[in-house]
Design a binder for this molecule. Structure first.
Ligand code: G6P
Length: 356
């Protein structure tokens, strides 16, 4: 059945493996045979187009998916887009624009902090959409609109396929509401193929995880732009299941403090897929390496250099987060296995947090 681990030792590995299939499923669901958008209520498009600002609200990994989606909404719809943590927004609502529209991202549709924000949004009379994996959940029922992630049940506490599904649905929605000239259906088909290429090379990440992280107590993920967005998700994956204290942040911030933490052998995973900032990130890698760090560079084909730990296949640069996150998921998985820990059930965590 869908909730059976089958041949997999852990749900997390099964769910990582399913990501190419989910990408195809979403493309088939949201695009028709003539490349036109389907299964999105025109009223959603209209709500986005008539808003003067978009507010993405979410928690945990879903919040991180929002950080990536912001780029699509801003670039393709021209609407300023803010991304907020629901537990913060609920009690310290920022000053809103005149015509805000709210987009809630959630795997479960039940996160209490996000529900609290939705309640407040409804009371203030603003429009809302929930993008969730579990349809017929509180967040999908109570928002004005809902769109499904179609990722199938996600059981492992560490979210993987829901993250990539959220990024894909954000891209499709921004594309539908905006004026991108990208052939997104075609680009997503390429993404699905390349996701599978990475997944099929998973043994590489076992080797990387074991050599870089065994006996290590701390690690870093760095990147700029969309890679900075992926870095925070990558760090969350690693720390939440392996208990290796990991920070993910914008590479340019290193010099403002964090670089003092670098010691001999400290693993620094550098994500390098964005052309505009690749040179700067190379410089930052040199800075940490000069201080003894073990830099593990995950780069895209066009930006790769000899010595990089893994070279990602190439898709449209805006869609690279869909590929970049997969090595991070697998590194987290194998580092956790290497420590003899339960990948699917990390201590102190719940799949869905229904209390504030
Ligand atoms: C919990 C889960 C995370 C998830 C977060 C938000 O902390 O362990 O994996 O990202 O809740 O959940 P949601 O269901 O709203 O995406």
């Amino acid at each position: 059945s869908e909730t059976d681990k089958g041949v997999y030792p852990y749900y997390m590995l099964k769910e990582v493996d399913e990501q190419a299939i989910v990408a195809r499923t979403l493309s088939q669901h949201y695009f028709d045979d003539d490349n036109q958008i389907q299964n999105i209520d025109p009223a959603i498009i209209e709500a986005i187009q008539s808003a003067d600002r978009l507010y993405i609200v979410a928690a945990g990994t879903s919040y991180h998916a929002g950080l990536v989606g912001k780029r699509y909404f801003e670039q393709w719809t021209g609407k300023p887009t803010e991304v907020h943590i629901s537990s913060e927004f609920a009690y310290d609502q920022p000053l809103l624009s005149d015509k805000p529209f709210f987009i809630f991202l959630s795997q479960s549709g039940e996160t209490a902090d996000s529900r609290e924000v939705l309640d407040n949004v409804i009371k203030q009379g603003f429009g809302s959409l929930t993008i969730a994996n579990v349809m017929n959940s509180t967040l999908t029922r109570e928002a004005d609109f809902a769109l499904p992630l179609l990722a199938g049940p996600e059981i492992a506490v560490a979210s993987t396929k829901a993250y990539t599904a959220q990024i894909i649905v954000e891209a499709i929605l921004a594309h539908a509401a905006g004026n991108s000239t990208l052939d997104l259906k075609h680009e997503l088909a390429k993404v699905a193929v390349e996701m599978q290429v990475i997944i099929d090379q998973k043994e590489v990440f076992k080797t990387i995880a074991e050599s870089a992280l065994r006996d290590r107590r701390s690690a870093f993920y760095i990147g700029r732009g969309l890679d900075a967005a992926v870095a925070v998700e990558a760090a969350l994956k690693l720390k939440e299941i392996s208990y290796v204290q990991t920070e993910g942040f914008a590479a340019g911030e290193l010099k403002h403090g964090t670089i003092s933490l670098i010691e001999e052998g400290t693993p620094v995973f550098a994500l390098l897929t964005q052309t505009k900032t690749a040179g700067l990130v190379r410089g930052e890698i040199a800075q940490v390496t000069a201080r003894g760090a073990n830099a593990v560079i995950i780069s895209s084909k066009a930006l790769a250099k000899a010595g990089d730990a893994y070279v990602l296949p190439e898709v449209n640069e805006l869609l690279m987060p869909l590929l970049t996150v997969i090595p991070a998921q697998l590194i987290a998985y194998y580092a956790t296995l290497d420590r003899g820990l339960d990948v699917d059930r990390p201590r102190n965590l719940a799949k869905s947090v229904t209390v504030q």
